[in-house]
Design a protein around this ligand. Structure first.
Ligand code: BTN
Length: 250
């Protein structure tokens, strides 16, 4: 592994319920920072907002990463979502130089307007600081066929390019990008992450179509506040939304 600490402790599982759950259970044993738990098959992969994460066995990357980001206070928590989003973006951009690629707030990766990757970041607090973080990443790579309920919403690298990818090779490249961004945050250099997140954010400083309270609306996307809420211009004022309150119409 071409990294300093990310993935140096590597747990590879043929099948597990969920790598996030598995990694969380390991936390009390004091596993080293940077531990990666990878599964070839998740039998109950978890997504955001209590959703399932569907991934065909052996086709995609599904892994979790353990961090101890004591250097972050709880108001900075959304920085982790930004960090992983831009790392995934940079990694995908290298693989797909010409692709229509965006970060969709809060932390999905869109390829040709369809979701190619998602993340589930779970933090455990020690008072006001983050004691540990389990960051689970699902990246669709070689899966060609998705369940009908995801049809039109999900895609993979292989669906967009026609090629087959070596999962291990991609994982190492992605971990290098993640580590570079973590080292920057550790050193207190967060501005570049903030800038890159907005630069690659779908609809930033544009009018976007959304569903709010079941109603289709068009709003100017002004940004994301430090708590990670989406800031939408509504007439003269800015309204702030949490993830459950708004959905993009792509
Ligand atoms: C989402 O977009 O809804 C988040 C998806 C996160 C999926 C990954 S796959 C590895 C890790 N283990 C899980 O159970 N979920 C995350």
């Amino acid at each position: 592994m071409n990294t300093l600490f990310i993935g140096q402790n590597f747990v590879e599982l043929q099948a597990v319920e969920s790598t996030n759950r598995y990694a969380t259970k390991l936390l009390p044993t004091g596993i080293p920072e940077g531990t990666v738990v990878l599964a070839h098959h998740q039998t109950a992969g978890r997504g955001q907002q209590g959703n399932q994460w569907h991934s065909a066995p052996g086709k995609n990357l599904t892994f979790s990463l353990v961090l101890y980001p004591h250097y972050l206070s709880s108001p900075q928590i959304f920085l982790l979502n930004k960090l992983f989003s831009v790392a995934l973006y940079d990694f995908l951009r290298v693989e797909l130089p010409e692709a229509d690629l965006w970060i969709k707030w809060p932390n999905d990766l869109l390829l040709n307007r369809q979701k190619v990757a998602g993340m589930l970041i779970e933090n455990q607090f020690n008072g006001p600081v983050i004691g540990s973080t389990v960051a689970g990443i699902g990246l669709n790579v070689n899966q060609r066929i998705f369940p009908t309920e995801l049809y039109g919403n999900a895609t993979s690298l292989c669906r967009e390019t026609g090629g087959e990818y070596a999962l291990r090779y991609l994982l190492e490249k992605l971990l290098v990008q993640i580590e570079a961004r973590i080292l920057a945050v550790r050193a207190g250099r967060t501005e570049q992450i903030e800038r890159d997140y907005l630069r690659h954010l779908f609809g930033y400083q544009e009018e976007v179509d959304l569903l709010i309270d079941g109603r289709a609306v068009r709003r100017y996307l002004a940004g994301v506040d430090r708590h990670g809420r989406l800031a939408l211009q509504n007439g003269q004022q800015l309204d702030y939304y949490n993830i459950k309150e708004v959905a993009f119409c792509l």
